[in-house]
Write a protein that binds this ligand. Structure first.
Ligand SMILES: Cc1cc2nc3c(=O)[nH]c(=O)nc-3n(C[C@H](O)[C@H](O)[C@H](O)COP(=O)(O)OP(=O)(O)OC[C@H]3O[C@@H](n4cnc5c(N)ncnc54)[C@H](O)[C@@H]3O)c2cc1C
Length: 342
């Protein structure tokens, strides 16, 4: 309708208008052009979690025509309560990410929710294919995060935030004087156990093998801690509890014998799987752990391709909201500098 007005038509008169057909063609052309124009951006930000949204806030303030594409609010939205973002205290992850989303929109970034299927390097930038569309950007900020490996038990999701955690830095404080178990056998399981031992009265470190893969210095510290007990050759088979997690059933992997442990929480430390495959496909350099290798300014080995958040090798791999936001801001600043020179 707006386009019809633009070219001087009203819906009443259009059938009588001799030039209607010509005008209609003009409308279609204008629509088509608008559509195409809408698909061209200075900056495409892939990922609508904290890193992508923060990048969007900065990019829009640099007056870059910016589109953020994501599937959802990202991992922070899974946090029942955020306690470690400066100045923001006692809000849920969903509340915080909603605010950041509003903020990005308010600053002028466009946001769409769609599945990103492919990225292609083209002359002058990149083409991003989603399940319903294609977009073009002179630069990209890749902030697709990743997934914490889960236990894989049927009722696991029911206990997230109610006894099950995947982030000791975020949630240790909630287990003061409680009994907890840490699942895993590598450095992350060891450091999580040591951190929790400062809060909880008892920490079980449960590992499926007969020895840990952690650094020897960490293993020494685990042995020294009075409230940490290591249980080898066991896996969690069952989660029990009414409203919160109350106990787990362990199975001895050698004998099949089962036993129950009463506890208040478990921390799953099975690792992190970065969503870096779409970047890898176009030749972006990937670290051994699957994260995108970034320079100090969040640039990668591909010109015009920046990355931010949990997906990167930056911030000493401290996967937190504060580092995701900071990396998003740095990436946007770097993209702005890059585009200004073009
Ligand atoms: C349960 C839990 C609790 C946590 N609690 C805290 C806490 O209290 N404090 C704290 O600082 N940190 C916490 N964290 C960590 C924090 O959530 C992350 O560090 C942060 O969210 C990382 O942000 P990101 O934007 O890099 O990645 P993500 O939040 O993972 O965002 C990735 C984005 O990419 C999108 N995406 C991925 N693939 C595609 C695709 N193919 N197409 C379209 N979109 C795609 C997703 O939709 C999402 O928008 C917690 C994490 C978890 C899991």
């Amino acid at each position: 309708m707006k386009l019809q007005k633009l070219i001087g038509m009203s819906s009443k008169s259009k059938s009588k208008d001799k030039n209607y057909k010509k005008s209609e063609r003009k409308v279609k052309k204008a629509k088509r052009e608008k559509k195409i124009e809408d698909k061209n951006y200075d900056l495409l930000i892939l990922g609508s979690g904290v890193a992508g949204l923060s990048a969007g806030i900065y990019a829009a303030r640099y007056k870059l025509k910016t589109l953020i594409i994501g599937k959802d609010m990202g991992m922070a939205a899974e946090a029942p309560e955020i306690e470690n973002y400066p100045g923001i205290y006692g809000v849920s992850g969903v509340q915080l990410v909603k605010k950041i989303t509003e903020h990005a929109r308010e600053m002028g970034a466009e946001i769409i929710y769609d599945e990103i299927e492919n990225i292609e390097k083209i002359e002058g930038g990149f083409k991003v294919k989603t399940s319903t569309n294609e977009f073009f950007g002179k630069a990209i900020i890749y902030a697709l995060g990743g997934m914490k490996r889960k236990l894989g038990l049927e009722n696991e999701n029911n206990f997230i935030g109610k006894g099950i955690s995947y982030c000791a830095t975020c949630d240790s404080r909630f287990f003061k004087d409680k009994i907890v178990a840490v699942l895993g056998g590598a450095n992350s399981a060891a450091t999580t156990s040591l951190l929790l031992s400062k809060y909880a009265k008892k920490v079980y470190l449960i590992h499926r093998r007969e020895s840990l893969r952690a650094d020897p210095t960490l293993i020494e510290k685990l042995k020294e801690a009075k409230n940490i007990e290591i249980i080898f050759n066991h896996v969690v088979k069952e989660l029990k509890g009414d409203k919160r997690l109350e106990a787990v059933i362990l199975e001895n992997v050698a004998t099949g014998e089962k036993r129950e442990i009463k506890l208040d929480g478990i921390f799953v430390e099975f690792g992190y799987v970065p969503n870096s495959f779409l970047a890898e496909k176009i030749g972006v350099e990937i670290c051994e752990d699957g994260r995108i290798k970034v320079n100090e300014d969040m640039s990668t080995n591909i010109e015009g391709f920046f990355a931010a958040g949990d997906i990167t090798s930056g911030s000493n791999r401290l996967d937190q909201i504060i580092t995701a936001a900071a990396e998003g801001a740095i990436a946007a600043n770097s993209a702005y500098k890059y585009l200004s020179k073009k």
